[in-house]
Design a binder for this molecule. Structure first.
Ligand SMILES: [Zn+2]
Ligand SMILES: [Zn+2]
Length: 270
C-alpha cells in the first residue's frame, strides 16, 4: 500500500516535472532551467514537504476527509459518475463552490493569528510549480476540513468532491509555475500564473491580494484583485526571522502562539 502510494506520487511528480520544465524552456529558454543556489535550497525544502505529505500527512488526510464527509453527507450511498450534461453542470458548480470556499479559507489564513501557519507557503522566494507542495500540515488539515465539509453539506456527490479537489490541485501547479502567462482579457475570469505570482510578492501594494485558485472573479467581486503590468520586485516572506528549514517552519506557529500567550499573561497584572 505504502509502496504503491510512493510509486504513484513519484510517477505524478515525474510527469509534472517534464511538463513544467518544457513550459519553463518555452517561456525563458534552456538557461531558465539552470538553478541558482537559492533555487536549489528552495527545491530541497519543497522536497522535504513532498516526502512528509506522502509518508505522514496523506494517510491522515484520507481518514479526516472520509470522517468529515460521513458527518455531513445525508445520502451515504456513493453515486457513480455517469457522463451527462447534468453531470458537467454539477462538476462546474462543485468547482465554483470549492473555489469560493478556497477563497475565504485562504483569506482567513492571512489573518494575523493564522499567518504563522500559512507563511510556509509564502516562504519560497522562487515560486515554481513545485512550490504548491509547500504547505504547513495544519494548513492542509484546515483546507481538507473546510472543503469536504461544505461540499458534503451541500450534498454534492462524492465523485464531484473528488474531481473538483483534483482539478484545483492540478490547476494549482499551473498557477505556481514560473511562466509569464497573463490570459489577456480572461484575467478577470481565471487565475493566471502571473496573477498568482503577485499573491506571493513582498511588494506592500500586493499584500492580501489574489486569493482565488481558479476563478479570479472572486477576487474582483470581493475587492482583492491586483494585476499591474510589471512583475513583482521580489517573492517570499517579508520577515528575516522566518525560519528557512523544514523543522523550523513546522514548529514556527507553535512558537509564535506560545510567545503571544505568554506575553499576554505576563503583561496582565495579577
Ligand atoms: Zn496566501
Ligand atoms: Zn501560492
Amino acid at each position: 500500500m505504502l509502496l504503491e502510494r510512493v510509486l504513484d506520487a513519484v510517477q505524478e511528480f515525474s510527469i509534472l516535472a517534464v511538463i513544467f520544465s518544457a513550459l519553463t524552456i518555452a517561456s525563458g529558454g534552456v538557461a531558465a532551467l539552470r538553478p541558482s543556489n537559492r533555487q536549489m535550497r528552495n527545491w530541497r525544502l519543497n522536497l522535504a514537504y513532498f516526502a512528509f505529505d506522502l509518508l505522514v500527512l496523506f494517510p491522515l488526510m484520507i481518514l479526516v476527509s472520509q470522517w468529515i464527509g460521513s458527518l455531513f453527507t445525508r445520502d451515504t450511498v456513493a453515486l457513480p459518475f455517469v457522463f451527462s450534461p447534468y453531470a458537467v453542470f454539477v462538476m462546474i458548480m462543485a468547482l465554483m463552490v470549492s473555489d469560493f470556499v478556497g477563497y475565504w479559507r485562504h483569506r482567513l489564513m492571512h489573518f494575523s493569528w493564522l499567518w504563522p501557519v500559512h507563511a510556509a507557503h509564502h516562504s519560497d522566494e522562487d515560486v515554481t510549480w513545485f512550490s504548491l507542495v509547500r504547505f504547513h500540515p495544519l494548513n492542509r488539515l484546515v483546507a481538507v476540513i473546510f472543503d469536504v465539509a461544505v461540499l458534503s453539506l451541500l450534498d454534492f456527490p462524492v465523485w464531484a468532491v473528488i474531481v473538483s479537489n483534483r482539478v484545483r490541485h492540478f490547476y494549482g501547479y499551473l498557477v505556481h509555475s514560473d511562466v509569464n502567462w497573463h490570459y489577456g482579457p480572461f484575467k478577470h475570469l481565471l487565475v493566471s500564473p502571473f496573477l498568482h505570482r503577485w499573491h506571493h510578492a513582498t511588494d506592500i501594494e500586493a499584500r492580501d491580494k489574489n486569493f482565488a485558485t481558479i476563478f479570479s472573479f472572486y477576487d474582483l467581486l470581493f475587492g482583492t484583485f491586483y494585476c499591474p503590468h510589471h512583475v513583482p520586485t521580489s517573492l517570499g516572506v517579508d520577515d528575516r526571522a522566518y525560519p528557512k528549514g523544514f523543522v523550523g517552519q513546522l514548529i514556527y506557529p507553535f512558537k509564535v502562539w506560545h510567545k503571544s500567550l505568554f506575553d499576554q499573561r505576563i503583561s496582565k497584572p495579577l
